[in-house]
Design a protein around this ligand. Structure first.
Ligand code: 4NP
Length: 168
């Protein structure tokens, strides 16, 4: 059974995408599908390389029984476009950045998290400069999207060959 690796991408890889990674892993683990859907997160910017997630993301995740404190930030790299089947951007700016750096002929599908997971062309708003409420809102959006993704991906995985799709 082939795996369907999913990468979540935001700007700094300390607020939104580690939360998405933690939620997605939590939900796939709940149904015993964590090996079929390996996951990671990364940032389009590298300022926080090696840093733990923002304490507000750690707190909100913990309130929902999810521990993301061990994650460490990293920047997106060209190899990610072949290593991952699906790369989901948190906002339009992240999406433009990803499309601009995707190597020609790479196999990953690149999409907006909102469009792919929520069925709406919405950004997951950057909560970094706001208060904790923004992190709760982000959590709720990410949880709703990840829950529907887990159902949808199970069907997609069956048709994914790992090297024939093109970056969208
Ligand atoms: P993230 O949030 O992209 O969700 O991780 C941000 C984190 C850090 C910065 C901006 C956004 N920053 O400017 O350092």
């Amino acid at each position: 059974m082939s795996a369907f690796p999913v990468l979540f991408v935001c700007l700094g890889n300390i607020c939104r995408s580690p939360l998405a990674e933690g939620i997605f892993r939590h939900l796939t683990t709940e149904i015993g599908a964590q090996d079929r859907f390996p996951t990671d997160s990364a940032g389009t910017g590298g300022w926080h390389n090696g840093h733990a997630p923002d304490s507000r993301s750690v707190q909100v995740a913990r309130e929902h029984g999810i521990d993301i404190s061990g994650l460490r930030a990293r920047r997106v790299e060209p190899a990610d476009f072949d290593r991952f089947a699906l790369i989901l951007a948190m906002d339009q700016s992240n999406l433009r950045h990803l499309r601009g750096m995707a190597p020609a002929g790479s196999s990953a599908s690149v999409a907006l998290f909102g469009a792919y997971a929520l069925g709406r062309e919405v950004d997951i708003p950057d909560p970094y400069y706001g208060g904790i409420e923004g992190f709760h809102d982000v959590y709720n959006m990410l949880f709703a999207g990840c829950r529907s993704m887990v159902e949808k991906l199970d069907a997609e995985r069956a048709s994914w060959s790992g090297n024939t799709s093109s970056v969208r």
